[in-house]
Design a binder for this molecule. Structure first.
Ligand code: SF4
Length: 765
């Protein structure tokens, strides 16, 4: 128990303050009071108080903001909130934020001294979270006057006090062997079951998996699709990438928000539906699109979005939103998605017919080393964009010491504008699994994992069924194709919304049940990857190429494409064109020919390779798509002359700022500085020296960042400086008096003006 006697009362009602002072003063506490929230925060943060007692209705500030601020700035201070009769909802929210207790007006002397006493006995956040259940129970008893909110509250209470919480979490952990390396599966299941991973659930998980709560919390807080706050039973996540915005995403957003009656980032008062933005969900060819839980809703308009919300309110079943399933396997009962494949050009490698097992059987006719030689002879390079020779990577893994090895497939295509893996996973999973199995044979691995991005969760059951079928016919499991001792199996590991996990070492961290933090290299994954095992990691398309090389031969494969970029490339084309979709084309194809093929309308710029790639103008349309010229992991966004190129660059920079894992300074801070200087230039506040500044800073970020995300994050700025210099030059000008304006007093005063409601007099020359 903490000896604590100093209390700050934040309330603007003199009668309440007076009675607090009288009652608490009489009980031996030292009491100070202030009437406004701003002053309350200032005093509480700076003063030596043990407890703050605050009204949730303050004249200058929502009391909830005060609670939030104190929980961040002074988590050790106990907080008791004072609520009115009608603020059940606020009380519940404040309890979830971690207040120690609450008291309802009008209160008796005993009620207030009891509440203060209880709060001071539970100053620790851990104890406070244990206290949450009883507080919630208490608040529930007041919910009768607010029946709609009562349901929401009930959900919270069920979550907080459920006697089955402990048993259910334990059962989920046991399902994964209480293995902390399965943390992603555990927290995803807990989130599905309870609508969030609450503080109590985190403690239970930590106990079961023999780790610390902070480890669990670090995972939950890292991924966009996980939350420790209770979300609605249905979560609508509207994609907010450039292509969605240009396709009318703003109008759709407004329609959904109006129909739900809540802003983005909020949950409806009945607790049924949450509304959020999310990064690219891999549907740019049918934008605007949204995820409704795991269900994908495509080609939204303001009208269809309103309809969708109205329907959801009636049945709360996202699957019923799919009336007309898409083509191919999108109509398979285990997929049941309205997604369209939009395959516009089938090539001979990835999208051609396949007879399952043929490629594996061909591989088994030669030795594992010969398989690697065949891959090398085919001059196959990784399709993720960097283009590292696949055979060399496999050889490193094969030669690495270690009895156990692993094959990882990167199905986390998060690069905005990319969606070709979605189509492969839907139509050609056998080809991909075949390539992984061949990798297992070549490097001597028994374990294969597909890391599937959370946005493609709708494909999981179908993919699992394909794996089952392959096991059933001896293409996975023990003694594959009757080859004694060739054992290999594949499991699916789900992601949960983090772009950085497309980086191979971050992906490995995520598979290991950690935050998706990139790792230092060396050691490289081929030497020490997943759980320390030598690991081959390639992307979906690369494994498909592997299977085809073994099936048709390396000579056949290397005759397609160009000398240093053999084979074909799947392009995901979106934006201002008549025929967005997936095109399998030989490497070396001219960009101009691609634009003609896709029906580009008056193209003025093309983003090749997504935000981390390069923006090319008409001067570059005769360049070729290949590793040594226009390298791309698959994304190709077309922009016509009506688009604001620097606005697009600003959006891309915003994306990188958001997605940086924050580990290293060049990426974490540098990208913010780039974004801010670009924003100044776009606002007409740039000077000619800014161009050099952007170049130097961009190159520094590229050079000094720790992983691929940071090393490519400055590309939107750097490539437009190179290919569209006139856009920058037209916006910067030397100041007339020679002085650079480094301080904007109007902007600096904006928040203070809003809070005080007073205008400042600014004296200028
Ligand atoms: Fe994280 Fe960015 Fe550094 Fe990569 S470069 S480790 S994403 S901060």
């Amino acid at each position: 128990m903490v000896e604590a006697r100093r209390i700050l009362v934040v309330d603007d009602e003199p009668v309440v303050v007076k009675s607090c002072e009288r009652i608490l003063g009489g009980a031996g506490y030292e009491v100070e009071s202030v009437a406004t929230g701003q002053e309350g925060i200032r005093r509480a943060v700076k003063g030596a108080f043990h407890l703050v007692m605050a009204d949730l209705k303050l004249p200058d500030l929502d009391g909830m903001e005060l609670v939030r601020m104190l929980r961040i700035e002074r988590p050790e201070i106990a907080i008791v909130i004072i609520t009115g009769n009608s603020s059940v909802r606020s009380a519940a929210e404040a309890i979830r934020l971690g207040v120690s207790d609450y008291i309802e007006k009008p209160f008796t002397p005993n009620e207030i001294t009891d509440a203060i006493g209880r709060a001071l006995q539970t100053p620790d956040s851990r104890e406070r979270s244990h206290n949450e259940a009883s507080l919630m129970r208490d608040v529930l008893s007041r919910a009768a006057g607010d029946p709609v909110f009562g349901q929401h509250l009930l959900a919270n209470v069920e979550l907080a006090v459920s006697e089955s919480l402990e048993a259910d979490v334990q059962e989920i952990c046991a399902k994964y062997g209480n293995d902390r390396a399965r943390m992603m599966d555990i927290v995803r299941d807990v989130q599905d079951h309870f609508g969030c991973v609450s503080g109590r659930a985190m403690e239970l998980i930590a106990k079961a998996a023999s780790t610390h709560r902070v480890e669990v919390e670090s995972v939950v807080s890292f991924y966009a699709f996980l939350s420790k706050e209770l979300k609605g039973k249905v979560a609508i996540r509207l994609c907010r990438d450039v292509i969605n915005e240009q396709a009318g995403g703003d109008r759709v957003a407004q329609a959904i928000s109006d129909e739900l009656g809540v802003d983005f980032g909020r949950t409806t008062p009945d607790g049924h539906i949450s509304l959020e933005y999310t990064a690219c969900i891999g549907m740019c060819d049918q934008a605007p699109a949204a995820l409704v839980n795991d269900v994908v809703v495509t080609s939204l308009t303001a009208e269809s979005a309103r309809r969708m919300v109205r329907e959801l309110k009636q049945h709360m079943d996202p699957r019923r939103l799919v009336r007309q399933p898409g083509d191919g396997n999108n109509a398979h009962p285990l997929v049941h998605a309205m997604v369209k494949n939009n395959i516009r050009r089938e090539g001979p490698i990835v999208l051609a017919e396949l007879s399952p097992g043929d490629a594996i059987r061909a591989a088994l006719t030669v030795s594992p080393s010969q398989v690697i030689l065949d891959i090398k002879d085919a001059r196959l390079r990784g399709r993720g964009g960097a283009g590292f020779p696949t055979g060399v990577k496999w050889e490193f893994t094969r030669l690495a010491s270690g009895e156990k090895k692993c094959v990882l497939c990167n199905a986390d295509e998060g690069e905005p504008g990319t969606f070709k893996d979605r189509v492969i996973l839907t139509q050609q999973p056998d080809l991909m699994f075949e390539g992984m199995t061949i990798a297992g044979y070549a490097v001597g691995a028994e374990v294969g994992i597909v890391y599937l991005r959370g946005e493609y969760a709708y494909l999981r059951s179908y993919l699992e069924s394909v794996l089952d079928r392959r096991r059933g016919v001896g293409l996975l499991g023990a003694d594959i194709c009757d080859r004694k001792g060739f054992d290999f199996d594949i499991s699916i590991q789900m992601g949960a919304g983090a772009y950085v996990c497309g980086e191979e070492t971050a992906l490995i961290s995520s598979c290991e049940g950690l935050r998706g933090d990139p790792k230092d290299r060396p050691p490289f994954p081929a030497q020490k990857g997943y759980l320390g095992l030598p690991t081959v990691i390639n992307n979906v398309e690369t494994f498909c190429c592997v299977a085809r090389i073994l099936e048709k031969g390396s000579d056949w494969f290397s005759a397609i494409g160009s000398k240093d970029s053999t084979g074909t490339k799947l392009l995901s084309v979106s934006g201002d064109c008549e025929r967005p979709g997936v095109y399998e084309l030989p490497f070396g194809v001219r960009l101009r020919d691609v634009l003609e093929m896709v029906g580009a309308r008056n193209p003025a710029a093309v983003q090749v390779g997504g935000p981390s790639g390069q923006m090319v103008g008409p001067d570059g349309f005769d360049r070729s798509v290949c590793y040594d010229d226009l390298a791309t992991g698959g994304s190709m966004m077309v922009f016509d002359s009506s688009r604001d190129v620097l606005g697009i660059v600003a959006d891309f920079m915003e994306f990188f700022v958001e997605e940086s894992c924050g580990f290293c300074t060049p990426c974490r801070v540098g990208n913010v500085l780039l974004k801010d200087r670009l924003s100044d230039i776009r606002a007409g506040k740039g000077v000619p020296e800014d161009i050099e500044y952007l170049k130097n800073l961009g190159e520094t970020i590229k050079f000094a960042s720790r992983c691929g995300l940071g090393q490519t994050s400055a590309n939107p700025v750097l490539t437009t400086l190179r290919n569209f210099p006139s856009l920058y030059e037209a916006l910067v000008r030397a100041p007339r008096d020679g002085n650079r304006r480094t301080f904007d007093i109007h902007a600096a005063l904006r928040d203070a003006t809003a809070i005080t409601g007073r205008k400042s007099v600014i004296f200028t020359e």
